[in-house]
Design a protein around this ligand. Structure first.
Ligand SMILES: *Cc1c(COP(=O)(O)O)cnc(C)c1O
Length: 856
């Protein structure tokens, strides 16, 4: 089923409210005194949320889930896009200002034409409705003598090139715009430029990099402090502070082809400052007015925009002349010193026909959601309408607010790819351990709004993956990791790993396809991926070998028996073979040696047989066993894993010598397998450090660089385990006193979780996982943790009807409510990939929410 792409309204609504500043002394903070809770409240009314806050000298700048907010002592500029309702915040804003003793002087509401007017919520479907909403907000607050509503048609009768201005002011003089503004709004952007700069298959916290690489800095003055955000899977916002002059630049980009839009606004205290700033930026522009045009032009060229509309306040009359003279399509001067001009390259047909057809369903969903917040809407019936409705409500609301949270990204849901574009899912955290609970709580509340309070979800921290890759490079610089897909096959994780330089260990056609797709996401074609995949499955059905050969996606595979050797040679004669030998770490959590790996005598015989069969023997592989993490008394000594690696590498060298010398094989690959520890931490611990030290030493001895052997490994758990936190919800409970060993009756509660042993907690059975967990209350901000004074005896059941399905047998828990979270860290390895929907309980559909922690 192909769904129409959801579209995003990029065109912003802009509200600027100024207050009489006579009441303010020079250094007064005025509106800046509003506490964060009031700001959050206002943004909630406007249907967006603060993602980040930068305190400038003269004002505060906030990046919002939909555009930006700037708070000066006597002025507030709120600019929001999407389906926001910023005018809904106006009455409360005026009330807050009143409480601070501030009197409104002017309210300006301006906007360009919406790209998708029919998708706007009331009153934003018509400018008259917007105007009367402001009138209504003002009526009891302040008598404004001056009111004007005007629309500038920037390009003939085109209704997509309009600039709307509403002004209500104490008097004519107060209606003159405060400061000077240049706004450039562009649609129909160059898809290639957008894709290269603002679309992300995987989020890696690269907002800074994006700002530097996308060329924006050359196109317009961005200021000396830049607060930029990249949204996942796509999108970009930035606030730039011209701190010395008390002005800002703000830029917002919606890069999706179906609705591409970008805006750049520069706002400073006076026309003189603006002219100087722009002129300094385009030093070689002819005259001062031309600098305005030069900026607009460089923006247009940068984005390859087909349609550009520019509005400027300040020295507007002169501007209008400059625009007209320079061949822009139209230039109009409105009252209150606003000049607007447009450059419309070609007809813009909103590519929206399909989404338009969904408008009634979306609106209905929106209204339902407003009137019955707890109604069982959406989600479960899976119909197209419902999904569109869910999408609509998510698009209008996706956001989270927490001081610690830097950004929230629009993105993905993994439900078989069906809801792919719809669910908000990426958050950039400043520090991983501290803030996960806040994110979980926010997401849970967001779910609540969507009536999916019974869903588990994963937080996947790609920052952990990046840092572990750095550590890998540091400790094993010669060894290329080929991540074992079976450990966690999330496509976003795989794409991130490719980008970090990883290859893959795939063991089946399905995993091979995942590896190829991950490569494709990063611009690596299937042929080039050949070099980055090992088929490390020692027993491949014939059909796998056929698939391997016909796709040409992988030519390197392992064997450890005569049978497999013959299968490979007969089905895929040219494939490159790695002889897997047995090497066990006795302390590994999951032993593999009883099943895989040739014993030494077998290995020598297999070399001989391979020679006889004319096989292409490329090298040796092994796997010491998964999940080793022993605690040696002597911290200088070898770990048991290190001993296994030492033995295996030395043995491999013997086989290389015989294979090369006696049989003339071109052996040039050593695959040291997986078995590297995961854990709860972003950075690998002592076990990893000590094990890799031993590996480095053995490699230097037995496989020095001049041997020309390519060194690879197959880590799974190492990258995935710490990267995921699993948030499950309380879906049921029963209190029943229980008798302690000493015979005394004590209170006890059995809670049922949204997932259990058949789902992601299959790791308890198959991976011998020892779970750790903590409680996150959703209904209130109670301190988390299980050490609440009144913790009682408790047990955590899974959701299926099997008595075996008990996740935690015997624990102490504070009193929990339905919907509260039990959060399990280190759940990234061998969890989702092994789960099933036994009993029809759909646990494999758990969302992945991508976060990216920063290391600093
Ligand atoms: C599962 C597996 C891995 C990954 O092991 P980890 O212990 O998670 O690193 C690597 N190689 C092979 C052949 C596997 O089967």
């Amino acid at each position: 089923m192909a769904l129409p792409p959801p579209v995003f309204e990029g065109s912003e609504k802009r509200l600027e409210v100024t207050f009489a500043n006579a009441a303010l002394s020079a250094n007064a903070l005025g509106l800046r005194l509003l506490p964060r809770s009031s700001i959050d409240e206002l943004m909630t009314l406007a249907r967006c949320e603060v993602l980040s806050h930068t305190r400038g000298t003269a004002f505060d700048a906030y990046v919002l889930s939909e555009s930006s907010l700037f708070v000066f002592p006597h002025k507030l500029v709120l600019k929001t896009c999407g389906n926001t309702k910023l005018l809904a915040a106006l009455p409360r804003l005026l009330a807050h200002a009143d409480a601070l003793g501030l009197t409104p002087r002017c309210v300006r509401f301006t906007r360009f034409a919406y790209l998708f007017p029919a998708l706007q919520p009331d009153p934003h479907r018509a400018f008259e409705d917007e105007a009367s909403t402001i009138d209504a907000a003002l009526i009891n607050v302040q008598h404004f003598a001056h009111r004007s509503v005007s629309v500038a048609p920037c390009s003939g009768d085109r209704d997509d090139a309009l600039y709307h201005v509403y002004v209500a002011a104490a008097n004519e003089a107060a209606a003159v715009p405060e400061g000077a503004t240049l706004e450039v709004c562009m649609s129909g952007l160059d898809p290639a430029y957008c894709a290269n700069n603002f679309m992300h298959d995987s989020f890696d916290g690269c907002a800074k990099k994006t700002t530097e690489q996308c060329g924006l800095r050359a196109a317009a003055p961005l200021g000396d402090i830049v607060d930029a955000y990249v949204f996942d899977p796509c999108g970009y916002s930035m606030n730039g502070l011209h701190d010395a002059v008390g002005g800002f630049t703000t830029c917002h980009i919606a890069p999706e082809d179906a609705c591409s839009y970008a805006s750049v606004e520069v706002h400073v205290p006076s026309a003189k400052i603006l002219a100087d700033m722009l002129h300094a930026h385009v030093a070689d522009a002819g005259g001062i007015q031309d600098a305005y045009l030069a900026i607009a032009d460089s923006c247009r060229r940068l984005f390859g925009a087909r349609n550009v509309v520019v509005a400027a306040t300040g020295d507007a009359t002169a501007l209008a002349g400059a625009y007209a003279a320079s061949g822009w399509h139209a230039a109009v001067t409105l009252s209150q010193s606003v000049a607007v001009c447009a450059s419309v390259m070609e007809s813009q047909t909103p590519p929206l026909s399909m989404a338009m057809a969904k408008v009634p369903a979306m609106q209905q969903a929106e209204e339902e959601e407003e009137s019955r917040p707890d109604s069982p809407t959406a989600k479960s019936d899976g119909s197209e309408e419902t999904m569109m409705a869910t999408a609509a409500s998510l698009m209008s609301s996706m956001s989270f607010s927490s001081e610690s949270m830097e950004t929230v990204l629009a993105g993905e849901d993994n439900k078989a790819g069906l809801m792919q574009p719809f669910v908000a899912d990426c958050v950039l955290l400043k520090s991983w351990s501290v803030d996960q609970d806040a994110v979980c709580r926010q997401l849970a509340r967001e779910h609540e709004r969507l009536s999916c309070t019974e869903d588990s979800f994963y937080l996947m921290d790609l920052g952990v993956v990046s840092r572990r890759m750095e550590a890998w490079r540091h400790h094993l610089p010669r060894v290329t990791p080929f991540y074992a897909v079976k450990c966690n096959d999330n496509p976003r994780l795989l794409a991130h790993l490719v980008r970090l330089g990883c290859g893959f260990d795939s063991a089946s056609p399905a995993e091979l396809e995942l590896a190829i797709r991950a490569g494709a996401c990063s611009g690596i074609d299937a042929v080039s991926m050949q070099d980055r995949v090992v088929y490390a499955n020692c027993c491949k059905p014939m059909s796998y070998l056929t698939h391997m050969q016909t796709t040409g996606a992988c030519s390197l595979t392992t064997f450890d028996s005569s049978c497999e050797l013959r299968k490979c040679v007969s089905k895929y004669p040219s494939c490159r073979l790695l002889l897997r030998i047995r090497a066990d770490d006795p302390n590994a959590r999951c032993q593999l040696g009883h099943k895989y790996g040739a014993e030494p005598e077998e290995a020598f015989a297999l070399l001989e047989e391979a020679h006889a069969l004319g096989a292409n023997l490329a090298g040796v592989s092994f796997h010491v066993g998964s999940g080793g993490d022993d605690e040696e008394k002597n911290s200088q000594g070898d770990t048991s894993a290190a001993k296994a690696f030492r033995y295996a590498i030395a043995t491999a060298r013997e086989l290389f010598d015989i294979g090369r010398e006696r049989y003339g094989f071109t052996m040039n690959v050593l695959d040291i397998g997986g078995g590297f520890p995961g854990g709860e931490n972003g950075m690998p611990g002592a076990h990893f450090v000590r094990t890799t030290r031993a590996i480095r030493e053995e490699l230097a001895t037995h496989f020095p660089e001049q041997m020309g052997v390519r060194l690879i490994a197959e880590p799974g758990r190492y990258f995935a385990e710490a990267a995921c936190t699993y948030a499950t919800r309380i879906i049921g409970m029963r209190s029943r006193p229980t008798r302690r060993e000493d015979g005394i009756l004590v209170p006890h509660t059995d809670y049922t979780l949204s997932d259990g042993l058949y789902g992601s907690f299959n790791n308890v059975m198959y991976d011998h996982a020892e779970l750790t967990y903590r409680v996150v209350h959703v209904s209130d901000d109670r301190a988390n943790g299980i050490s609440d004074g009144n913790a009682t005896s408790a047990r955590l059941f899974g959701p299926t009807c099997d008595g075996l399905d008990t996740v935690i047998e015997n624990t102490m828990l504070p009193e929990l409510s339905l919907g509260d979270l039990v959060v399990f860290p280190a759940m990234g390895a061998y969890t989702r990939t092994g789960s099933c929907d036994f009993n029809g309980v759909a646990v494999t559909a758990a969302n992945f929410v991508f976060v990216s922690s920063q290391s600093d």
